[in-house]
Every structure is written in structure tokens, then in C-alpha cells.
Write a protein that binds this ligand. Structure first.
Ligand SMILES: CC(C)(COP(=O)(O)OP(=O)(O)OC[C@H]1O[C@@H](n2cnc3c(N)ncnc32)[C@H](O)[C@@H]1OP(=O)(O)O)[C@@H](O)C(=O)NCCC(=O)NCCS
Length: 165
């Protein structure tokens, strides 16, 4: 399978925070932002793999500043790392005050997608062409996160084996 560039699947999405997206404090509801993040990231994974992909995991996410009703939310994402059957997608989220144009970094997230075949079994994805220093740094960090993720996955699977219903 031919390797692909991250730029081929890169996606940026802008959303305006509407009343139905807010929490009781009139800020963007965290779960809504997570939905938007997963939505953009899954598009990126699907564009890279050109196969059906499912969300496997979402790494820890810190919300650094609130996003207000009427703000413009920027979600910028790209593939950072791939294994045989998985793709790590990084999403950076910024909020833009509609009136002043002030931009604030809100959160970043790393999500892992697994490509699946018609039997819903994991299937290989194209490799990633890593050329620039920035891409190389992202790849290296992704590799380390992938190692940690695999350990966590094993722990969760062990816990699952011990469960009785
Ligand atoms: C994700 C899923 C397809 C994996 O199937 P599986 O047969 O257990 O996968 P395998 O053990 O063969 O692992 C295949 C690869 O995926 C990785 N992987 C498997 N499950 C993963 C998970 N939950 N998160 C991250 N990576 C995962 C493995 O580490 C392996 O990576 P590699 O390419 O580096 O070797 C399966 O667990 C599934 O369908 N889960 C539900 C997904 C879903 O419905 N998501 C929507 C949210 S509810």
C-alpha cells in the first residue's frame, strides 16, 4: 500500500457556538466539543485510510479555557502517527471571540482510529510520509504515546477478562 502525506487528509473545521451547544454557564458543553473533535478526527482517519474506521481510544484531554456562546471554534487536525492498522489523529482546538477576533488555545486531543474491513476486523492502513522536522517530531511523540496506549489497552483487556456478569 502506498504511503501518504498528512497534508492529504488534513482538515480544519469552524463551528459557531449556538444556544443548543451550551452548558448551564452559557459556555460550550464539553461533551459537544468532544463530539466535534471525534467527528473531525474520524474524517481525517477515513481520508487517510479510505476505509471504514472506528474510534479506538481518546487520550487525556484538558480544557484550558471556556468557550463562550457565539464564539467561533476552530478544530485543526492531522494524522501524526500510524501503525499497521491504526492511525493517531491530533486535533488542536482554538476559540475565536467573534467581535474582537481574539484567539485562545483551548485544548488538544489525540485519538486513535482502527481501520476495519467488511467483517469489522482490523485491516492495514497506508503508511505516513514523514519529511519535515515538525512531522518527524510529531511522529516521535506519537510513537511514544502509541507505546503507552498499548500498555493501557492491555491493562483494560486484563480487567475485562476478570469481569463476570
Ligand atoms: C477497535 C476494534 C476494531 C479492534 O479490534 P481487535 O480485533 O480487538 O483489534 P486487534 O487486537 O487485532 O488490534 C489491531 C490494532 O488496533 C489496536 N487497537 C485495538 N483496539 C484498540 C483500541 N480500543 N484503541 C486503540 N488501539 C486499539 C491494536 O493495538 C492493534 O494495533 P497495531 O496496528 O499497532 O498492531 C474493536 O475493538 C472494536 O470494534 N471496538 C469498538 C469500536 C467502536 O465501536 N468505536 C466507537 C465508539 S463506541
Amino acid at each position: 500500500m502506498e504511503k501518504k502525506r498528512a497534508s492529504e487528509s488534513q482538515v480544519s473545521l469552524h463551528r459557531m457556538v449556538l444556544p443548543e451547544d451550551t452548558n448551564v454557564l452559557n459556555g460550550l458543553y464539553g461533551g459537544k466539543l468532544m463530539e466535534w473533535i471525534d467527528n473531525v478526527a474520524s474524517i481525517i482517519a477515513a481520508k487517510h485510510a479510505r476505509k471504514q474506521c472506528v474510534t479506538g481510544s481518546v487520550d487525556s484531554m484538558f480544557f484550558l479555557s471556556p468557550i463562550n456562546l457565539g464564539d467561533i471554534v476552530h478544530l485543526d487536525g492531522r494524522i501524526t502517527y500510524v501503525t499497521r492498522e491504526t492511525m493517531e489523529v491530533e486535533i488542536s482546538v482554538f476559540s475565536e471571540d467573534t467581535l474582537s477576533g481574539q484567539l485562545r488555545f483551548t485544548t488538544s486531543a489525540h485519538l486513535t482510529y482502527v481501520a476495519i474491513d467488511e467483517n469489522r476486523k482490523p485491516t492495514p492502513v497506508p503508511g505516513l510520509i514523514v519529511e519535515t522536522d515538525e512531522e518527524k517530531a510529531r511522529w516521535k511523540e506519537g510513537e511514544e504515546r502509541s507505546r503507552n496506549r498499548k500498555k493501557l489497552l492491555e491493562q483494560v483487556r486484563e480487567r475485562k477478562k476478570k469481569m463476570t456478569f
